[in-house]
Write a protein that binds this ligand. Sequence first.
Ligand code: PRX
Length: 665
Amino acid sequence: MATENMTSGEGELERELTGMLEIERFDPPAEFVARANLTDPAIYERAEADWQGWWASQAERLHWFRRWDQVLDDSNPPFYKWFVGGKLNVSYNCLDRHVEAGLGGRVAYHWHGEEGEEEEITYADLLARVKRFASALKELGIGKGDVVGIYMGMIPEVVVAMLACARIGAVHNVVFGGFSAESVRERMEFSQARALITVDGAARKGNVAAVKQQVDQHMGDLDHLEHIIVVRAKGTPCEMREGRDVWYHEIVEAADPECPPEEMDAEDPLYILYTSGSTAKPKGILHTTGGYLVGASSTHQNVFDLHADTDTYWCCADVGWVTGHTYIVYGPLANAATSIMYEGAPDYPHRGIWWELVQRYRATIFYTAPTAIRACIKWGPEHPGKFDLSSLRLLGTVGEPINPKAWLWYHKVIGGERCPIVDTWWQTETGSIMISPLPGITSTKPGSATRPLPGILAEVVDERDGTPIEEGQGLLVLKRPWPSMLRTLYKEDERFVETYFRRFGNETYLVGDAARRDKDGYFWVIGRIDDVVNVSGHRLSTAELESAIVACEAVAEAAVIGQSDELTGQAITAFVTLQGELDGSDEVESLVRAEVAERIGKFARPKRIIWADDLPKTRSGKIMRRLLRDIAEGRALGDVTTLRDPTVMAALEEKIRAEQASIEE
Ligand code: PRX
């Protein structure tokens, strides 16, 4: 089943999961259930009986300037419309209405800087800052429908910028701060952005990266990019180009402190977020206003069992990824939650910093990625052991399958065996969590995201004909629209249909993951079936990586695979053939790595480079990645008879043997 295309690692994971499958099952702790918002399992049946009614009930959580006429328009699948006719504003829902309800003094974010700086930002503060910046954007001529890029780290201004765009109906396009300036340029170009909001410099584990300087080297040739707005974050020297660049603090100071929220249609775009797909060109996932906010708010409330008046919630993702969009910004703010926002890395200034912050702010809910948990396991329990984690009552994970060992460690060492764990499966495309426990209801099994949330219809189907598989392995699909689903790929409707709906028709969303269902109907997500690699929860396309590597002058051809890695889930291995008689020296290796850093970002650099004389190809010239994965992981090679030149594999095996021998020496 699906083995041909599956990324590496599932074999080992599969064995581990199979072994654990029946060993442990954790019921929601009685103490947790006693205080939980949702405890009645009938919620699933009620939502199933009237799923549109369920989503309408969730939409009631928001403030609508005008109520919708129709919950779902499904007349033209897969182009669905939700809450048709409804009018609302996301920033109004995230800020104004809470302040109007008397919650202006509530802390929205306890912001903590890398060097220990602190800022307590209340809902009233945040609203005032958003209004001013929204006015400033308007004064620059930015308005409804304009695309605005955002490229900065985890500082409060990133949230202000996102909400200010939402307030005036501009469409933000956030680029993760770890991406290179070249990636930013590409994303600004694809989205025809009119403005870019960035920083002079960004903190990177005690150093400061000169962000604006790097941006300047790449952005010059974009005519449509009229403005670059620079937040003075670190005092890093940079040039300001007359007529294009302005300082954030200057335009904000001069701006009108009032800025009424734009009344947006439920289906007006809220943001674009580029993510990796099967080809080298990133996909611009487009999310809209009403449905997205309903999904964000509803799932944040239900999955995290939020008690907004008493919880201190912490999602330690980066705002540059969808997890940050939905569960640092929109979900928590829509729900009037108090969050922690941390600028830095989990190991700076020391390996216990996360736990120090849990203690400091008395965090009650903590949401992170399995790769971070595995890093913490490696660093040792003494780091969390130094701090008081007794405030925690719920833990979450996202981004990749969590191996049961890491799940159990998280449960024991961080959760003190009293906190339920919500393993949340979703994607940039789904906008919000799709498969996850409801912590006051669902029994959990380590490694399983358990079951679809109320209203969601997920299935595992046979890859050949799409027949549902009740128990066993196949492709994961979503068989019913949901409010926070992507509406299209920005300016690429055809690619949208082709990528997600070609396989099983316009009403079945192809997720791109393989999964398994067990006898209790629980879902076990295994990994991607396409050429997407998941490194530390960062989604990378092999095609994108290959095109960065071949951009290096010395390189003739490259094939990239994801190899399973204890720490990062998957790691990038590149098979590279060089031009002419060149040899794979350390110098060439650093050139290749530098090229990837420049074109995509440092986090995308290959962990392992294997110099090859030739790559295994089919007779039609397609590189057989399956064989590369087998050989890299030391597995017996499958069928090689379809290769144009079967001797290529023997030569590669020889190379790998030599590599192994030199490591052992
Ligand atoms: O393969 C799945 C994996 O991450 C992919 C989505 O990546 P991205 O769009 O970057 O969003 C990540 C954060 C939502 C999925 O197709 N994935 C995400 N969550 C899980 C997961 N795999 C297993 N278990 C999860 N909980």
